[in-house]
Design a protein around this ligand. Structure first.
Ligand code: GUN
Length: 295
């Protein structure tokens, strides 16, 4: 039997409706949620992501502005931009799109960014709060993964989860969320990565596999247990001369192989991606409520 498709768009639309009504309520109180996005350099995928975040803000009534800085930006210049946004009381949320061009230190940028305005949940303070069990903002992709699984009633509680990829953006915060002592969580989480020996010995036992390592079609049917859940976080551009843009988007899981083996699977595109944007909108409203700066 083919897997149930975990489509992200219908849930993302629902989240946008909820956020839009929260924004209306805040505006009535004199608070217009405002998100500042900092984009450094020419990374084409980052430009696309930032564009879709801007459009989503517009749809729900969040004010957004993007500071596009050249590839040649120095660390000091970038820190100055972030510092000015920290100090601007009209700005509630700040997002620095990652990865940064080579030579720039993302860790130092995130240490500088005001945790109260951190819509990504990436600052040391917010990652620490998540790990300790009293989160403020939570990284958008992991939060989106939980939202999509909950929405489609995927059995998460107490399951054995294997996450492939130990990034600060997905793997680490997702592991913290799934292992929470909380209803619907309580998972036993294994985080695998590029140095894991015998990866299949882990994936082959898992109830849920989250593929988040940035390797096109890496996860194959032979690596999983029939009936497992596959969450595909990868968005890889693969050269395709027959496509108008010259490339096709594929995930980290081999969808063609896995759709007849898994019980649930997220498509790429249209799976986790739309939820990442939805969670960003929710986090922006959260920061606006917290900062609560009347304009
Ligand atoms: N790069 C890839 N995903 C993200 C994200 O969720 N936030 C930011 N700031 N950069 C990213």
């Amino acid at each position: 039997m083919p897997a149930t498709l975990l489509k992200g768009k219908p849930l993302a639309r629902k989240i946008e409706e909820e956020v839009a009504s929260e924004v209306t309520e805040l505006r009535q109180k004199g608070i217009t949620p405002r998100l500042s996005v900092v984009l450094v350099g020419e990374n084409p995928a980052s430009r696309v992501y930032v564009g879709s975040k801007e459009k989503a803000c517009k749809r729900v009534g969040i004010e957004s502005e993007t500071f596009t800085l050249p590839e040649s930006t120095t660390q000091a210049e970038l820190l100055k931009v972030v510092g000015a946004l920290n100090d601007n009381t009209a700005v509630h949320g700040i997002l620095v799109q990652l990865p940064l061009p080579g030579g720039l230190d993302a860790d130092e940028v995130l240490e500088t960014l005001d945790p109260a305005k951190d819509v990504d949940g990436f600052t040391p303070a917010n990652m620490g709060k998540l790990l300790l069990g009293f989160p403020y903002t939570v990284a958008c992709t992991p939060a989106g993964i939980l939202a999509i699984m909950d929405h489609y009633d995927v059995p998460v509680e107490g399951s054995d989860v294997v996450i492939i990829g130990r990034s600060n953006i997905v793997g680490k915060p997702l592991a913290a969320l799934l292992m929470q002592k909380a209803k619907g969580r309580n998972c036993t989480v294994t985080v695998c990565h590029s140095r894991t020996r015998n990866l299949t010995s882990y994936t082959g036992q898992a109830d849920i596999i989250v593929a988040a390592m940035g390797s096109p079609k890496f996860l194959k049917a032979g690596m999983v247990r029939p009936g497992c859940v596959v969450i595909d976080v990868g968005i890889n551009r693969v050269k395709d001369d027959s496509a108008v843009r010259g490339y096709t988007l594929v995930g980290d899981a081999d969808f063609g192989e896995l759709e007849n083996v898994a019980s649930f699977i997220t498509p790429v595109p249209g799976g986790v991606g739309p939820l990442t944007v939805g969670m960003l909108l929710k986090n922006t409203v959260k920061t606006a409520r917290f900062c609560g700066c009347p304009q």
